[in-house]
Ligand binder design. Structure first.
Ligand code: AMP
Ligand code: MN
Ligand code: MN
Ligand code: MN
Length: 277
């Protein structure tokens, strides 16, 4: 099964509209695909229509931003959700609303670091989106030639502990799990090795996530080296998680990853889509 269950459109911080991502999923030979925009489901209907027309099995998804403990940020991907489930829709709306004030605070911090008018600059890149994300700030900072690429912008300005980072209150873990499970979906921890947390904290999080209704973790992530796939596979076995696969596609250009560009899932793991299709 050629699957990719983590991707973004211009509804959040991807570069292509949902229909174009769907066409690309078909062109890239995916049999199973999910659109998982940050804190948003507005692209689902358009994506589903094109995917079905092109013969790609589609799962409705969203990547929900969660705050755990004081200021640790985890991304929980809901897959196979009903995008009209009222508590999910209302909850995502609250998270999206919080993003604007955060963006203004990010811009104020960047101003102190000598980067001017970043709110307006990022908002230009977010014009097609219903959220404003750090990826939009990154595109503006690259445009200003202050940093050469996404990785260096995050390393220098936007990652936790850097001058443009501000703490923010996202959804609680229980809220996100409640919305996803209530919407008939399964909850999957995105890119488990990409959080700036100590390994011990990651393990604590995984235990709590499992206990409170999390079903899976991404094991085959875009950009994962073989040893990272193995480490995620070990975590899946240890905590009893199903395994997901996702490129975290945002469009071509700024990152080299295309849809479907992921390592394979180790054969002993249960794919997260087993109960969804
Ligand atoms: P936000 O949800 O506003 O915190 O923004 C998070 C988004 O920023 C991610 O979904 C990616 O699109 C982008 N991002 C975060 N870290 C990196 C990185 N190191 N390189 C490229 N993009 C990143
Ligand atoms: Mn993103
Ligand atoms: Mn993410
Ligand atoms: Mn993502």
């Amino acid at each position: 099964m050629k699957a990719d269950l983590h991707s973004h459109s211009s509804v959040s911080d991807g570069l292509l509209p949902p229909a174009e991502v769907a066409h690309r999923a078909a062109d890239r030979g995916l049999a199973l695909w999910a659109l998982t925009d940050h804190d948003e489901v507005a692209g689902i209907a358009e994506a589903r229509a094109v995917a079905e027309e092109r013969g790609v099995h589609f799962l409705a998804g969203s990547e929900i931003s969660v705050t755990w403990r004081d200021d640790d940020n985890f991304h929980i991907v809901g897959l196979g959700i009903d995008p009209a489930h009222a508590p999910l829709v209302a909850g995502l709306e609250v998270i999206r609303a919080g993003r604007d004030g955060r963006a203004r605070r990010i811009a104020a911090e960047l101003e102190k670091a000598g980067i001017h008018n970043a709110y307006e600059g990022a908002a230009r890149y977010a014009a097609q989106s219903s959220i404003i994300s750090r990826a939009h700030f990154a595109r503006f900072i690259i445009e200003q030639k202050i940093a050469p690429d996404m990785k260096s912008v995050f390393d220098r300005y936007l990652a936790k502990g850097k001058p443009g980072y501000v703490p923010h209150q996202w959804a609680s873990l229980d809220d996100a799990l409640g919305w996803i499970n209530g919407a008939g979906g399964v909850a999957v921890l995105a890119h488990p090795l990409r959080y700036r947390v100590a390994r011990e904290a990651l393990h604590d999080f995984l235990g709590e996530f499992r206990e409170r209704g999390g079903a899976g973790i991404e094991v085959a992530c875009g950009g994962h080296a073989a040893d990272e796939v193995q480490e995620c596979a070990r975590l899946a076995r240890r905590f009893g998680f199903k395994a997901s696969i996702g490129s975290d596609f945002h469009g071509m250009g700024e990152r080299s990853l295309d849809l479907g560009m992921t390592p394979a899932l180790p054969g002993d793991l249960t794919p997260v889509w087993r109960d969804l299709i």
